[in-house]
Design a protein around this ligand. Sequence first.
Ligand code: HEM
Length: 216
Amino acid sequence: MQTELSMPASIRGNTSAYMDWVQMLTGAALIVFMWCHMLLVASVNLGTGVFDALAAFLEYTYMAQIGGPMIGVVFLVHFALAIRKIPVTSVQQKGMWNQARMLRHKDTWLWVVQAVTAMIILVMAGVHLWAILTNLPITTAKSAQRIQEGGWFWFYLVLLPMAELHVGIGFYRIGVKWGFVGRRGRKRFQMLEYAITGAFLAIGLVTLFTFATVSL
Ligand code: HEM
């Protein structure tokens, strides 16, 4: 089988462009998933009955059993494509760091934050997915017990900002890189990204507090 590097330059160029597309599309799908996920989990703030009813609906329609592993696969494909551009050796990382310091451009720093959060999310979201999907059905009682007695409160306190930063910056970068947002609209788009990230962080913290205090 031909590796990408042993292919003629024209084919290599196409392959790389397709990979960029799939990386963007899987990233966009994960952004939409995360927004829905945060709102679904936040339904516990409206009452434990609301959360349990939504979780039961996802179970009944097999969205949890089938959709859950599918998200895991999209997550892995996204990672496998994104790692092509993330500096992994210490020499590459040092080069990236020096370039970012030299360029002094906000978007370059945003990219550095995205690369660092990606590594943390890869491990933590993998653990989270396993913990949830091997312990179905999802119920308020189980989630609250995990958070109150299983030490998951601190785990989510780290994963939440990592995921929201990654999703927020990803949203901004898709808009800018793929030309959905022009140079003139960039500042306003950045403000929108800050607002969305801030709102989801706040919702996540309130939800975490609710799980931590709901009676078992
Ligand atoms: C199908 C996939 C997923 C399911 C079914 C799921 C389900 C859940 C559930 C039930 C909770 C409540 C807490 C608990 O029960 O332990 C939760 C919380 C959380 N999940 Fe997921 N999750 C999924 C994927 C992800 C992914 C991919 C990420 C991050 C990249 C993520 C990040 C979080 C965070 C940060 C919290 C804490 C929420 C908060 O502070 O309000 N989840 N998830």
